[in-house]
Ligand binder design. Structure first.
Ligand SMILES: Cc1cc2nc3c(=O)[nH]c(=O)nc-3n(C[C@H](O)[C@H](O)[C@H](O)COP(=O)(O)O)c2cc1C
Length: 193
């Protein structure tokens, strides 16, 4: 898959095959994040990779899935993530303002994962205090986001929105993700109302 296809076809995936992701690939995903752009090259981010069975359950208990479809789109037993990458910010390097760095890093991870056939879900809805405590994450780190990972076990495709931006599932349980039409959001030289 070339870079264009990866970018155009990547979709959020919330159901996963129960096949482990190798440590080599997980490390490579963190490496792709390490090499992402960083404001003033301060590099405040750190990555906590979770792939241990009991800890997977711990993380799962602190995250929320697919607000528009909840609770129906929650991964069930046999569909849950096989790994997570927690994107942390070292607040001694940067107290705040690390969110753009995190976005760039997370997109790198999602795109490289997709290249390997691995689906991901960027999760912002996290019980951060509970997760910080459960994983004994030192206080200097703030949890920015959690990325759920696993080889894809569902299909999803983007389509032009037609009156609603709420993603939905069709009768075949395929996910559809309405995106605002390009003509409504991309302008050349001047914005016409
Ligand atoms: C900042 C951010 C936070 C998100 N948080 C969640 C979340 O808590 N739970 C979830 O299931 N999906 C979450 N998502 C995934 C979005 O729902 C998803 O990106 C969106 O529906 C568009 O689908 P697509 O990624 O396939 O284009 C988040 C995405 C972003 C960028």
């Amino acid at each position: 898959m070339d870079i264009k296809e990866v970018i155009m076809k990547r979709r959020t995936i919330r159901k996963y095959q129960q096949k482990p992701i190798s440590r080599d690939i997980l490390s490579e995903l963190a490496e792709s994040a390490r090499l992402a752009p960083s404001a003033a090259n301060m590099q405040p981010l750190a990555y906590l990779v979770v792939d241990q069975a009991d800890l997977l359950e711990t993380v799962f208990a602190t995250v929320k899935w697919a607000g528009y479809l909840a609770p129906h789109a929650n991964p069930k037993e046999g569909e849950k993530p096989v790994a997570y990458i927690l994107v942390l910010a070292d607040t001694t390097i940067r107290e705040d303002g690390y969110q753009h760095d995190a976005g760039a890093a997370i997109e790198n991870i999602s795109l490289l994962a997709w290249h390997y056939g691995i689906g991901s879900c960027w999760i912002g809805s996290v019980d951060r205090p509970a997760l910080q405590k459960a994983l004994k994450i030192p206080g200097k780190y703030a949890i920015d986001s959690v990325i759920a990972l696993g080889y894809s076990a569902e299909e999803s495709e983007a389509e032009d929105e037609n009156g609603s931006i709420k993603y939905y599932k069709d009768d075949q349980k395929k996910l559809h993700v309405p995106k605002r039409k390009l003509t409504n959001i991309c302008f050349f030289n001047q914005i016409e109302d």
